[in-house]
Design a protein around this ligand. Structure first.
Ligand code: SF4
Length: 117
């Protein structure tokens, strides 16, 4: 089934997953679990800042166990966790096209934040 919220696999894009980026105050309790109850994201211990939102946004980064590093794609996309399904670089209310929003996401520079959070 096509992703209603964003281009993702239609554009062969897994930008959101490599690394996974969530707000810095994201609780570890929300990290998705595998069938054995083990967290599938591993904290990179790195905070990044989107260049266009330097003053306001801090993102925590994770490596995902389900990311296929050979293909750069989710290895279980059809069964990906709810949080992944509900994540999108596309704002359905935006006047910009999906392509334009997607391009802006990919072009956004993410700057590692050194020493402070
Ligand atoms: S489970 Fe799949 S979609 Fe979700 S972060 Fe991991 S690789 Fe990406």
């Amino acid at each position: 089934m096509a992703n209603r919220h964003g281009p993702c696999m239609e554009k062969k894009c897994s930008w959101c997953c490599d690394p996974v980026k969530v707000p810095a105050n994201f609780s570890d309790e929300k990290i998705p679990l595998d069938k054995e109850g083990k967290r599938i994201w591993r904290d990179r211990e790195e905070i990044v800042v989107p260049e266009s939102q330097m003053e306001t946004v801090r993102l925590k980064t994770f490596d995902c166990d389900l990311l296929d590093t050979q293909t750069g794609k989710c290895s279980d996309y059809e069964n990906r966790p709810e949080i992944c399904r509900n994540t999108s670089c596309v704002d359905e209310k935006s006047t910009k096209s999906v392509d334009e929003q997607h391009r802006e996401t990919l072009e956004e520079e993410l700057i590692p934040l050194k020493g402070k959070k």
